[in-house]
Write a protein that binds this ligand. Sequence first.
Ligand code: NAD
Length: 476
Amino acid sequence: MQTFLNTIGGSAVAAKRSFESFNPATGEALGRVPVSDDAEVAAAVSAARAAQPTWAARPDAERKALLMEVAAVIHGNAPMLAEWVTREQGKPLGGLGPTEVPGSRFELWGCEVWTQVPASLDLPAEVVFEDDTRRDELVRRPYGVVAAIAPWNWPLLIAIWQIVPALRMGNTVVIKPSEYTSIGTLELVRLIAAVLPPGVINSVSGGGAVGARLVEDAGVDKILFTGSGNTGARIAEVAARRHVPVTLELGGNDAAIVLPDADPAQIAMGLFWGAFLNMGQTCACIKRLYVPRALHDATVAALKALAEAMPMGNGLEPGIAMGPIQNRMQFDKVNDLVASARAAGADIVCGGVPREGAGLFHPLTLVTGLKDGDRLVDEEQFGPVLPIIAYDSVEDAIASANRLPAGLGASVWSSDLIAARAVAERIEAGTVWINQHGMIHPMVPFGGIKGSGHGVEFGVEGLKGVTRPQVISLRK
Ligand code: NAD
């Protein structure tokens, strides 16, 4: 079985220890992933440090051109990388057409676009004050070495979100992918590294302990973390001790509020994909749906029809819309939350019982009859289960949306855009979408508030997040 390799200082590096990565649709072993030891983590950070001053000193135009080459390499290798995403992560290959399922090919297309956009953006110096006596300019400097720690749900896309803006602004990067989905990322880093000077992009791999060593390394100047709230809190403690800035993109428990004037038949498709994209294993998925009591049954019926029509299976096969849950821990968590809903007297409208066999398949599951405070409503399920909660007044729905510690995304659904906007403004979330959900864009800042983290990615604001401001103040 092939053991995949890390890239450190432009070279492929093997480790003494490794572990197997498995396909969650079949249970088959896919390859071996190295476990980077302390010396390898230190070597990756040193390689990044050594490369950083020269990388930062290059003219902007050169860094932009090299990142455009990276985008071309991603484009050229997209079929191979998309297959790795499907084999390792489980989402179907899908397609890019308006009627096709957004799966691994969509993830690779996103990697290309989220490389091209930061490569095209500028963050010029800003004159923040000027009079007869002085001129003050705000310039943006790279932090230096960025440590990036990624999760398993959109493994390549989230890696790109972390890597490319950091490189664009003159940082160098050491990335550690999730232990559940490392192979695709190691392959992606190998390809990117072949375009860039040695040491500009490096990878290490292994479990949480390897991530912990990476963020502790004294050579790391900035941490980008996407993952769970618990790990985020641990990383924030390390960052605080070391006085290193950190961007935290953490979990969400996004509420969608359907307003009384909405047409369930018209919004069902948007709600469905808002909730079940990537089997619900998306940070900004609808995880609680609040519906006026009068629209409850029609909304549930429309969603049930869609849920039952989606073919589920091995995403490498054609025509598959839904894959497995990515890992056993997540699978058990979803089952536990469904069991807790049953115990609370909920109605399992469809799904609810996992499929027997090798793969981690759990049917799309709609649950009604729950209320705020029930575990499936209050805890992030991060899987193919959606609680639908009837509400009596819009005020109640807003209070429900805001009562949890999470604040990543939310959405409001209505044909009255003025009413929808008024509700949106009262919701505590980093993004509130109207008549869509989770529709991120490379030019539009994205990030959470409250327990969902701090700092934003994407667009010009995202570039600012991987730089430190410096004032150049001139006496006239
Ligand atoms: P996780 O926190 O378990 O793991 C994330 C990464 O952190 C992995 O690479 C892991 O090895 C590493 N890690 C674990 N312990 C560490 C430590 N002590 N120090 C450093 N690194 C450590 O999260 P996960 O289960 O992979 O991801 C799912 C979660 O991520 C969900 O809550 C989801 O909502 C969230 N998420 C958020 C966003 C966002 O943009 N806000 C995007 C995707 C996923």
